[in-house]
Design a protein around this ligand. Sequence first.
Ligand code: COA
Length: 219
Amino acid sequence: MTRLVIRNTQARDARALVELQARVYPQIDPWTEARVLHQLGVFPQGQVVACFGDRVVGCASSLIVRWDEWDSRHSWGEITANGSFDNHDPEGRTLYGAEVFVDPRLRGRRVGHQLYEARRTICRRMNLRRIIACGRLPGYHRYADRMTIDTYVKKVLWGDISDPVLGFQLKEGFRYCGIVENYIPQDIESGGNASLIVWLNPHYDPNRPTTNTDQGGNQ
Ligand SMILES: CC(C)(COP(=O)(O)OP(=O)(O)OC[C@H]1O[C@@H](n2cnc3c(N)ncnc32)[C@H](O)[C@@H]1OP(=O)(O)O)[C@@H](O)C(=O)NCCC(=O)NCCS
């Protein structure tokens, strides 16, 4: 069987990535190829894809921000400059996870884990303090008539309810920090909500600057 490869996204991946994203989120407008190419121009080291042979089966897209300039109440559009990553700040200390997805046919086969490991590698390699992301809560729509988002997340944390995204992120060692409302208003499944999560880089050295490596290739 062909081996899974995690590597930096290349311009030639843009079309496949947009097509896959459209399948993953049928209710949310996908990026355009031009948008992906723009992100690659802004921060190539932060964009990774998972591939089986030539087939793109997942991606993780990130930018760097100065987290202390952000309030925990922000929207996806604000913190990613509407997906352009134009606010990417190479002097920042926080890798911000803008997107991660895996081909629906290949879920549960540790592709997401490998993509998250690639993100942790970027974080360690660049001497960043942490990874922050706001995760969708796609299981919420099944409970929204019975409980608030706050109760829903508590039940996920307590192990009473399984959420496909927060469950994965907790398993990947992220800590839950609170709800962000109106994060992606078009995300009906999550009721527009997201969970603010963080992973701290245990190797972060505050006495060293952020290292802007130019290493491409496999992560
Ligand atoms: C979230 C997502 C990326 C996970 O990818 P995946 O490839 O299915 O996840 P993996 O198989 O790598 O899972 C990694 C670990 O998390 C665990 N896990 C996955 N889902 C879980 C859940 N709901 N609850 C608890 N643990 C879970 C797996 O069992 C695995 O554990 P292991 O280390 O013991 O093997 C994928 O479901 C996805 O693309 N979702 C749709 C897009 C999306 O909403 N992305 C999030 C944007 S914020």
